[in-house]
Design a protein around this ligand. Sequence first.
Ligand code: NAD
Length: 353
Amino acid sequence: MTPTSIFGLPDQAPHERVLLATDPATGLKAILAVHSTARGPAFGGCRLWQYDAETAALNDALRLSQGMSLKNALADLPFGGGKAVILKPQGEFDRSALFAAFGRAVQSLDGAYITAEDVGTTTADMRGLQAVTPFVSGIPRDGAFGGDPSPKTAWGVFVSIRAGVLRVLGRDSLDGVSVAIQGLGAVGWHLAEFLHRAGAKLVVADVDAAKVERAVAQLGATPMHVAEILAAEADVLAPCALGASLNAQSIPAIRARLIAGAANNQLATPADGDALQARGICYLPDYLVNAGGIISVAREYRGEGEEQAVMAEVSRIAERVEELLDRVQSADSTPARVADDWARAKLVRPAQA
Ligand code: NAD
């Protein structure tokens, strides 16, 4: 999808700033999108990805940073929303030099944007950035809370699925509930483990066959082709790969009654949320259920992190899922639209940031 305006997404509040950063010496081409600082500095991860076109990268940065504003607001974090994408250089490149150049771009925003890891970036990359800018999180430090946020993200998705299964399927346990997982990466794998421990039956797909084989061997999962996973015969669908998987092509074939997964921007367009509702499928918005990671890196950044307290805070995502489903009932609307309104109303500075 191509943005119609470089100043923001159509029909949405414009972004506060968008920085196009280049560094010919390292091959850096990056887009740092600050959607909103109304609640505090814009906080969101950095994606390293090979895009088909620069406009696709811009669109990704704009959509992801707006999603971070909504995610951070619904999670009651004292941060605004931002996101960065680095266009992966063709061929060989010096990764540490590339990230150092990216770090200088982050630093040039003087704290308006704080970065962390996302698809294609690692805790080691974040550690490298730390030498260039303090506006980075998601780094393991001796004796302090922090590091890879994906287990926390997975836990938030897990408690959301549990809450959704109770409300939508009327089942108070995940024992025997079938869950189709698209993508067994950092989050998808941890989610699969949590679900397996809770007695769920797993159906899994990943473009990386080795990850699927591991899930079959270790978690008793049923493998499925990547082209078929969204239409799997399962109670729950958990998209944990990339965005826009819920679209006009995939929605008519979906058989799950509940969708809750880690991938950002799962709906290709807002109308796809309506289409899911029309088919009687309950879609729990991605930015509500996948906030565990940002809760983790935000607490780490503020030096407030402690494992048990952060896990408890992530577990409270389930309460928001319940509140959302209550709001949906009384508003006679869809979860996606109600969550959007709820989050946008919170795009103001918190009373005690
Ligand atoms: P990851 O790169 O580790 O995992 C993604 C997995 O999806 C990989 O195993 C990849 O092989 C697989 N995949 C790609 N295309 C696929 C397809 N068409 N079908 C099936 N599998 C496919 O990324 P991650 O950190 O696990 O994140 C997954 C999603 O969750 C992303 O959209 C990310 O933005 C989002 N997310 C992640 C976090 C986090 O803490 N890591 C937090 C919030 C949101």
